[in-house]
Design a protein around this ligand. Structure first.
Ligand SMILES: Nc1ncnc2c1ncn2[C@@H]1O[C@H](COP(=O)(O)OP(=O)(O)O)[C@@H](O)[C@H]1O
Ligand SMILES: N[C@@H](CCC(=O)OP(=O)(O)O)C(=O)O
Length: 381
């Protein structure tokens, strides 16, 4: 199998990247289906705490709620009904966050429980709120522990496996790297469960079409998506500009060794850098819901330095857009300059236009973002 670029340089760069989403699968976090494996959780937490001490920002996506719920409820097997699963997940989620909180506390770190659904990408207002909260937690040095909000997720919108959820989280926080810890050494060219001579893939581009046919959808007794959802998650992460590393969560000091650039597991690389990926994502939203006219000064700043658009530079608002919608900015001559994701609803912007960001709290009664269009959510036309 071909590999991309110089694998060892790439590994060094990946290890040195600072913002990671670390996904711990059901296959690992549960003790053969008998509740949570506390010793393993303690070990990953110690590794994450060490990385946090070196300046890494890490979001944990952990499975295990259903398995822990089954134990707490004294159920011998997974229920068949959605409500049964949801009940188990809500009981077990308590144990899951308790376990992470206790272990992180030993290292002087705070944790936060974040429960997400598919809606957090589908609805752009929710997207911005989830993103804002997660980024604030990271700024505060808190370790977010994410799981799917199984209780409210209906059959149609359930992500089901946490690989997909981890990729969504990568997009939400603009992570550099998605680490998927599982019960295999990485991705093999065939499912090693049924093929004893399957060989481990070292490095490959995430968008290589040869990957998916090699990934079996069948998971272990506890996991959900098998390797298939991991490859799809890597492809989704790559579209956000993040690389993915699939590795064995049981191998000693696995996270520290990834940080050190050691060649372990399977690296699935992204073809483009994360800011470019994000801008392409914004640019891809062809449908705009409104327009803000900006003064000559703001137009110059946008064009020349690609900075954020603040309310003070806005002169007039058109359309009935809401926070999260894509709007167009036009200069005083009526030329379109940029397209971006609105941080405020149109009536709010009308009130904020021409005013300094420090006065937002007095005008709206709450302190929202200082920018109307943040530079990360804005593309020049
Ligand atoms: N090409 C492959 N390489 C490695 N593992 C594979 C492959 N295809 C299928 N698998 C299966 O995927 C399983 C891991 O997925 P899963 O059980 O869903 O775990 P997790 O809970 O970690 O997400 C492995 O145990 C393995 O049997
Ligand atoms: N949200 C579920 C986990 C879903 C799941 O098992 O996903 P995965 O670890 O990707 O196989 C739970 O906490 O039980």
């Amino acid at each position: 199998m071909t590999t991309t670029g110089s694998s060892s340089d790439m590994r060094q760069r990946v290890g040195a990247s600072r913002r990671w989403v670390v996904k711990v699968g059901s296959s690992l976090v549960t003790n053969d289906g008998r509740g949570l494996d506390h010793a393993r959780i303690a070990d990953w937490v110690a590794q994450i705490a060490a990385l946090a001490g070196q300046g890494y920002q890490i979001v944990v996506v952990s499975s295990g709620a259903v398995a822990e719920g089954l134990v707490r409820l004294g159920w011998q097997r997974r229920p068949d009904t959605l409500n049964g699963l949801q009940a188990a997940a809500s009981v077990g989620q308590m144990g899951l966050v308790e376990a992470y909180e206790r272990e992180f506390q030993r290292h002087g770190l705070r944790t936060a429980q974040v429960l997400l659904t598919h809606e957090e990408v589908a609805d752009r207002r929710r997207y911005l709120n989830a993103r804002g909260t997660l980024l604030t937690l990271l700024d505060l040095g808190v370790i977010p522990v994410v799981n799917e909000n199984d209780v409210v997720a209906t059959e149609e919108i359930r992500l089901g496996d946490n690989d997909t959820l981890a990729a969504l989280t990568v997009n939400l926080v603009d992570a550099d790297l998605l680490v998927i810890l599982t019960d295999q050494a990485g991705m093999f060219d065939a499912d090693p469960r049924g093929n004893s001579n399957a060989s481990l893939i070292d490095t490959q581009r995430a968008d290589d079409p040869a990957l998916l046919p090699m990934a079996g959808g069948g998971s272990g007794a506890l996991g959900r998506g098998g390797m298939r959802t991991k490859v799809q998650a890597a492809q989704q992460a790559a579209r956000s500009g993040a690389h993915t590393l699939i590795a064995d969560g049981r191998s000693p000091a696995v996270l520290g060794r990834i940080a050190a650039g050691e060649s372990l597991g399977t690296l699935l690389t992204a073809g483009e850098r994360k800011l470019a990926a994000r801008k392409r994502w914004i640019a891809g939203h062809r449908q705009t819901r409104g327009c803000v006219h900006v003064d000559a000064g703001a137009a110059r700043v946008l064009r020349q330095s690609g900075r954020s658009l603040l309310p003070i530079g806005i002169t007039r608002v058109e359309g009935d857009f809401r926070r999260g919608d894509i709007v167009v900015c036009t200069d005083p001559e009526g030329r379109d300059i940029a397209r971006g994701m609105a941080n405020y609803d149109a009536p709010e912007v009308a009130r904020l236009a021409g005013r300094p960001s420090e006065s937002i709290i007095d005008i709206l009664g709450y302190a929202g973002d200082p920018e109307f269009l943040h530079r990360d959510n804005l593309v020049l036309i």
